[in-house]
Design a protein around this ligand. Structure first.
Ligand code: MN
Length: 285
C-alpha cells in the first residue's frame, strides 16, 4: 500500500497515476487533548487506518496524481533521526573535499553515532527546499528513509525491521561548514520527505535498493543500499539504544557519494526502486 498526504491535509491511496482520496478514514483517529501522546497519531493507529482504507478505497473519489500537491507522509514526526557518513565512497569524497571536511579527518558512522534534524525542517515534494543561506554551499543528500510504526527502546537488530511502518525518500539538505550537523541540516525545509510511504509489507527487504538523484537531468548520485556501512536493522537498534522510538519517527539512513551544491531554480529528480520518483524544486530565500 502506498499512502500519501496531499493538498489541505488530505490522505490518499496511490494507485499508479491516480490517488484515491481516503481522507474519511481519519475519523477513526481518537480526539486527543493536551498534553498530546508522543508519536504521530496516523502511525500510532496505522493498522486500523489501513483496514479502514481497505474498506472505503473502492468507492473513494480518484484524482490525478499530477494535479495534487504532495506533502511529507508524516505530518508530526516526534523526531527526525539521521545517519552521518554511512557509505564508504561518501567518506572518501568528504576526505577529498575541504569544503566538506574543513581540514579534519572524516571517519565512518561508528565514530559519530546519529544526529537529529529539527522536526520543523520537514518539507514535502510540493513545498520543495528554500535555501536559507544562499551565500553558503548547500548540498543535496538523497537517502532511503524509513518511518517507525511501532515504538520501542533497546530494539534488537534481529527484530528491528518489524518496527518499521514503511519506506520513503528523504533529502537531507546540508549547509557545508564548521557548525554542528544539527544546525547545518535543520533549517526550515531541509528535511524533504516523500512522495509517499510504501508500507513495509509491500516494500519488502530494504537491504538491496537502488536509487538515483539527478539535478536538472544530470546524474549526481547513483547507489545501492547494499553498500550501507550500518544497515537498517543496525541503525534502528542504535537509535533505540539512545532514545525511545515512537510511531511516526523518521530515520534517514545516510547519503552515498555524489553530494553536491544546488542553486535556486534547480530541480532535484529523485528515484528510489520500490518507491517511485519525486521532483523537488530549489527556491531562493
Ligand atoms: Mn545525510
Amino acid at each position: 500500500m502506498k499512502i500519501c498526504r496531499f493538498d489541505d491535509d488530505r490522505l490518499g491511496l496511490v494507485e499508479g497515476d491516480k490517488i484515491a482520496d481516503v481522507t474519511a478514514v481519519l475519523d477513526i483517529l481518537p480526539a486527543v487533548k493536551w498534553p498530546y501522546p508522543p508519536g504521530d497519531l496516523l502511525y500510532t493507529h496505522l493498522d486500523a487506518v489501513r483496514a479502514e482504507i481497505g474498506k472505503i478505497a473502492g468507492r473513494a473519489k480518484r484524482v490525478p496524481l499530477r494535479d495534487v500537491a504532495l506533502k511529507a507522509p508524516v505530518a508530526n514526526p516526534g523526531k527526525i533521526i539521521a545517519a552521518p557518513v554511512n557509505y564508504q565512497k561518501h567518506i572518501d569524497e568528504a576526505n577529498a573535499d575541504e569544503e566538506i571536511n574543513r581540514g579534519t579527518q572524516v571517519h565512518a558512522i561508528d565514530r559519530y553515532g546519529l544526529f537529529i534534524k529539527a522536526s520543523s525542517a520537514l518539507s514535502g515534494p510540493a513545498g520543495g527546499v528554500t535555501l536559507t543561506f544562499p551565500d553558503r554551499r548547500i548540498d543535496h543528500e538523497l537517502e532511503l528513509t524509513l518511518v517507525i510504526g511501532k515504538g520501542g527502546q533497546n530494539i534488537p537488530e534481529a527484530d528491528a525491521l518489524k518496527y518499521v511502518a514503511g519506506y520513503t525518500m528523504g533529502l537531507d539538505m546540508s549547509v557545508r561548514g564548521t557548525e554542528d550537523r544539527s544546525y547545518r541540516k535543520s533549517m526550515d525545509t531541509f528535511a524533504i520527505v516523500g512522495p509517499w510511504l510504501v508500507t513495509a509489507d509491500e516494500f519488502g527487504d530494504p537491504s538491496e535498493i537502488g536509487f538515483e538523484l539527478k539535478v536538472n537531468g544530470e546524474t549526481r548520485q547513483k547507489a545501492n543500499t547494499r553498500d550501507l556501512i550500518f544497515d537498517m536493522p543496525k541503525l534502528i537498534a542504535l537509535a533505540s539504544n539512545a532514545y525511545t522510538l515512537n510511531p511516526g519517527d523518521i530515520l534517514m539512513t545516510g547519503t552515498p557519494e555524489g553530494v553536491g551544491p544546488v542553486e535556486p531554480g534547480d530541480v532535484m529528480q529523485c528515484r528510489i526502486d520500490g518507491i517511485g520518483e519525486m521532483d523537488v524544486v530549489v527556491h531562493g530565500p
